[in-house]
Design a protein around this ligand. Structure first.
Ligand code: F0G
Length: 354
């Protein structure tokens, strides 16, 4: 049995911009499950697989890029890294910074971050600034601070290190399936992950590791869909807070991924996102955070509208772990029934007869 020691210590290292003098700051991220979805396959007539990125060490795909960003920051002797975040980037940056002995400063939109993500950043020891505004304001401030102070920006904006790490998801998919799928679906917020995912498939095909390229289907929340409208959204709104972004920093990369792959970027409503969130938990046993179910919502939507040909192989990125946002789950109401301490009462509550 081979053991896994994280991306930098794996065969994927040759795709990462690291050298012998780069320390490996790793939490053994990557190598996440690619699960067949019996439910979505039966529904669509396609072969649907779920790439469970919530299985990463801090519970999201961000760890793929952060291991590279913090390894390089450590190599260069950085003392402080800074990022703007809707929650997951900050949790990941804080964890990898802790491991590197570097201070993490994170800017998050006030009142719009799932509590689990904030709790992670707090526990890993990050310095947290809550900004009275949205993610886009946080990113503007983080960039200005990085321009004028000795702090390293670890957002994926123009950050080749983060993107290089995040490309590994495509390598893992091709290695697991033997080739690229027909379609790769994923949620889109700031645009970094769709750019990196497409770049990964391109790299692998270019190196002869895959014979084909997938179409990339990105999905944004309807209230925060600037790439769908072709213009920034001043006040983005969605209960899927991870992707509440009005002016994606990696705009051009996202559009290129769509166009070069012959894919699409479409909108799904919050209702569709939350239906998909419930469905993957209920039918596939995967607790993914709401935003991360946008890709599933998109596939279901296209199938219902007759826009999905059966017989295709589809990979859907589930980008983050459901445990990060317990409010979102419990808001739905729980199905607990009060009982006394008597077994007979519990049996009645559970409708167990005989
Ligand atoms: N899914 C989750 C769970 C996310 O946290 C994000 C982005 C995305 C999808 C979209 O990825 O931004 O590369 O297009 N979260 C960022 C953050 C904005 O700050 O954690 P993207």
């Amino acid at each position: 049995m081979s053991t896994w020691h994280g991306l930098i210590n794996s065969d994927y290292r040759r795709w990462l911009p690291v050298t012998d003098s780069t320390p490996a700051i790793s939490l053994h991220e990557g190598n996440t499950p690619l699960l067949p979805s019996a439910h979505l396959s039966a529904l669509t007539g396609c072969d649907v697989r779920l790439k469970v990125e919530g299985a990463n060490p801090t519970g999201s795909f961000k760890d793929r890029g952060m291991t590279v960003a913090l390894s390089k920051a450590a190599e260069h002797g950085a003392e402080v890294v800074i990022c703007a975040s809707t929650g997951n980037t900050s949790a990941s940056a804080a964890a990898y910074a802790a491991r590197a002995g570097i201070t993490a400063a994170v800017l998050v939109p006030q009142g719009a971050v799932a509590l689990g993500k904030l709790a992670q950043a707090v526990r890993y020891g990050a310095t947290i600034v809550e900004v009275a505004g949205g993610f886009d304001d946080c990113l503007r401030i983080a960039r200005e601070l990085a321009d004028h102070h000795p702090v390293a920006l670890v957002n994926s904006v123009g950050n080749e290190l983060r993107l290089a790490g995040q490309r590994t998801v495509a390598y893992e998919v091709v290695d697991a399936l033997g080739d690229a799928p027909d379609i790769h679906c994923l949620p889109v917020g700031n645009g970094g992950n769709i750019t990196a995912t497409w770049g990964g498939y391109q790299n692998y095909a270019g190196a002869g590791q895959a014979t084909r390229l997938p179409r990339i289907w990105g999905f944004q929340a309807a209230g925060a869909a600037p790439l769908v409208h072709g213009a920034p959204v001043a006040v983005p709104e969605t209960a899927a807070t991870a992707i509440r972004v009005g002016n994606p920093a990696t705009w051009d990369g996202a559009v290129a991924a769509r166009d070069e792959s012959g894919g699409l970027i479409a909108a799904v409503t919050d209702e569709q996102i939350f239906d998909a969130y419930r469905a993957v938990a209920r039918h596939d046993g995967v607790f993914a955070e709401p935003a991360s179910a946008a890709g599933v919502a998109g596939v279901i939507d296209r199938h219902r509208r007759g826009l999905l040909d059966p017989g295709q192989r589809i990979v859907i990125t589930l980008s983050g772990n459901g445990l990060k946002d317990l409010d979102a789950s419990l808001r739905d109401g729980h199905t607990t029934t009060e009982t006394s301490a008597r077994t007979a009462d519990a049996a009645r509550a559970l409708r167990l007869t005989a």
